[in-house]
Design a protein around this ligand. Sequence first.
Ligand SMILES: [Fe+2]
Length: 256
Amino acid sequence: MKIIHLSDLHVGHKECGERFRTIIRNINSCLQPAEEYIIVVTGDLADNANKTEHREEAAQSIEELENHGYRVLVVPGNHDYGTGTIGNVRNVRLFKERFYNDPDITYPKLDTINGTAFIGLDSTAEELNWHDRIFAQGELGRGQLGRLQKIINDPAISKMMKVVYLHHHPFDFKIGRQLKDSDDLRSVIENRTDLLLFGHYHRSKKGALKVHLGTWGIPRCYNAGTATHKNGNPGFHRVIDLSRPDPAMDYDGDFL
Ligand SMILES: [Fe+2]
């Protein structure tokens, strides 16, 4: 089982929707059999969640991947709850309905697949509760972190490989866009996670899109940038094989 990491698709923005369809076509022709791959999308699927057509086009493209036989796991980014800077709580439920078929799901979203635990976090919803719904840096909130702690401590889960994925950048303080409760997340997952995936930061300010190996005692930490290259910014389509302990075997599929 291998993982394909995508992020920040921004479907609805200029030609990002078309580019995502190109990525889907190329994944489908290069990475087979589809059943051997889990595609993880770390947020900003739509560019403006207030627009039905953005949400629908993003969701239909994800369905297309699933129809090809890929298992797809998604978490929301700030653009999936509104414009990206101002959110609307109504979109939290719409996202769950459309992507999980379950409006009452709570985060972390846990999926165990072939002995690997995929733990999806919502780093955006907590921000809808303060500062008049204006998004800043991302926040997980105490409730979600408590539930995450419980999952990580679960004896069955603790024996598994663990993939934690979220939208916001968890630890690069240089870029000023890291998670507000980054230290609390660190205390829960440090040395207890095999792979940490995130996005949110598009621009290639020095070091920001770097691969982080070994940070927080996590062997592989990857920022995917913007997979559809929104506004000409860089993005990666990394293919990760957790069964190989050497991260040097992971590669950018460059499907666009
Ligand atoms: Fe984004």
